[in-house]
Structure formats: structure tokens, C-alpha cells
Design a protein around this ligand. Sequence first.
Ligand SMILES: *Cc1c(COP(=O)(O)O)cnc(C)c1O
Length: 383
Amino acid sequence: MMKTPWSLRTLAAQALGRIDAATRGLVPPIHVTTTFLRDPDNQYRSGNIYGRADNETVREAEAVIAALEGAEAAMVLGSGMSAATAVFLALAPGEHVVVPRVMYWALRNWLLTDAVHWGLNVETVDTSDLDALRAAVRPGKTTLVWLETPANPLWTLTDIAAAAEIAHAAGARLVVDSTCATPLLTRPLSLGADIVMHAATKYLNGHSDVIAGALATATPDAFWARIERNRSMLGQILGPLEAFLLLRGMRTLPVRVQAACTSAMELATRFANHPDVATVLYPGLPSHPGHDIARRQMQGGFGGMLSLRVRGGEAAAVATAAGVELWKRATSLGGVESLIEHRASIEGSGSPCPPDLLRLSVGIEDPSDLYADLDQALRQAHP
Ligand SMILES: *Cc1c(COP(=O)(O)O)cnc(C)c1O
């Protein structure tokens, strides 16, 4: 991988500084071919055979992600869910995995219904409680520990280095969903994780116009090769047009993340003193249970995600979301536009999400405008 002295911001801005060899273009062409010419003796010396496994635009996006994560190898897939499920599908039925009790809801849902049905032995635990994690991991039996930090929708922090020690002592791999931290704030591989996963749909692309997933690893071993084979065999691939948009989006990742962090910190601080807000959940606030870990584990900011627990319960939370104009009522996160969501409504029954919780994804708008809009919605919902 890249062994240059440039900072992540510099690497990202120029997408590693590559120049198109054929035209000297600063922006790479989009490679759309699905098939490649064989040599006269029937060989494929270019290394490219067929578009499902071989695409240069996809490889360029992977090279940027590998550089950002300090990884030896990266893989992009058709969605965050395909990246996550690809990891679990590379295990064998019967294997024991430990996953967080509170995590991205669709993955939890898949693990506890489909993956269990397929034969995976899935155990949920509060991964932020290291004693509980230690008790759940079975030496010689557990093969994978999954973390999400900060985790949806309470922004729970888990100590990655400590979890890596626990997982490795038991002979298990550690995989971290680092979607909300982004490679700018936390680099899980440097803390001992074996694989880092991103819903690239979110911050990496950043413009709410691509569904994509990514994995990166420090050690492209046999397990990694199995995931890669599955991607091709199950067709969990990202198309070249999406890969190009992702490449373009990542050029501004550091400036977008910086803006979101600064605004989220400002909004968290101001709403913590708001009469209609019971609690602000944000890792940057000293009152947050994960604040100390966040200070050690996140560099340059505490992320763009926070949640408000609104006074007056579920009805007041829903009424607040109904009263915004600038914030957009929508699911997802990590885009340039700010989103607000009554999370319990989307997660449905069985969700650990409190009913009075509004999840906020802070974009790059002026934070004063974001405060004013949500402030008036809160006041309108609390006459
Ligand atoms: C969105 C998200 C996912 C799933 O990503 P998709 O691209 O929507 O499939 C996984 N984990 C986290 C933390 C997410 O926010």
C-alpha cells in the first residue's frame, strides 16, 4: 500500500494522486467493460478476465479506502449490508459469533433470523462491557467478534484494543463496523482489529446518492480470500458507476467529517441545555458513558451523529420531527444534508431504541441554522 508521508486529507483530496496513463487526466475514466480480450495464446496477461471480479474503477476506490484505513487490502461491495453479511457468510455453519446487543438494526435482524437459520451460532452481548464480552467469548469455540463503535442509536463506545485482546486470546477474529467513526476519527486495524467494515453509503460517499459497502484488512489471509471469492460468486459487487461516485465522494471526506464533527459538538452542547430535551447522547459530551473511551479512541472529533431524548415521550419526539423544515426526516446518515429520524418507528418491535429518541445525522450546513430549526420544532412540540 501507499508508503508516502502525506496526511489522510491530502491522500483523499487527490484520490492518491493517480493520473490516467492514457490521457494524463487528473480524474480517472470510468471503466465499464464487462469482458477483456484474451491474448493470442489464450492467456489473460492483463490480469483481467471478467467484470464481476475485475474492474479498474472498483480497484481505484479500494486503493483509496485501503490507504485511509492503513490496510493491506480493501474490498468494495454492493452495500454496507452485503459487506457485513459477506463476513458472516465466510464462516461455516455451527461457528459461534459474538455480536453487540445494540447495533445497526438491519444487521442485528439478519443475524438473529436468517443467519441463525443458516446455522450460525449467534450470541448478543453488551460489547461495551468488557467483562460481559469476556464472559461471552468462548476460547477455542468463538470464531468472530463483531463490534460497532460508536453504535447506533445510543452512540455506545466499545474499546477496540481491549476487545481485540479478548477476541484474539480466545482465537477469534475481531471485525469492526466503523461506519460512524470514519477512517478519519478511528483506525480500527491500528488498534488490533482484523477487518474493518463501512457502509460506504454513509460518510465515505457522503452525498446520499450511492449504496455501497467496504471491507479492509491488515492481513489478507485465507478468510479474506473466502470473502473475496464469495463477493464474486454471489455477485455482491459494486458497479463501476457507483465506484466512480464513491471515489469522487471520498475526495472531500476529511473536510465533510471535520465540518460534521464541529457542528455536532456545538449542537450537542447547546441542546444539552435545552428545556425540551431530557438527554443528549453524544460521545463528545463528558456526560456520555463512552466519553473516556472516545477521547482515547477517536482523534480529531467525536463524529457527526447524536441522539436527543425529548421530554414528553414518544408523542413529543414524533411531533418535533414533524416540525422541522431544514432538517430532513429520513433514514440513513453521513450525507452533506442533515437528517432527523424517530428511530423506534423504523426499528419496530424488539428494538432497544428508546421511544423518545430522535437520531440526528449532522451535515455540513451552518450549525446556527440547524440549531434554530430544531429549536423551533422542539418549542412547537412542547406548547
Ligand atoms: C447504513 C449502515 C449499514 C448498512 O449499510 P447499507 O449500505 O445501507 O447496506 C451498516 N452499518 C451501519 C452502522 C450503518 O449505518
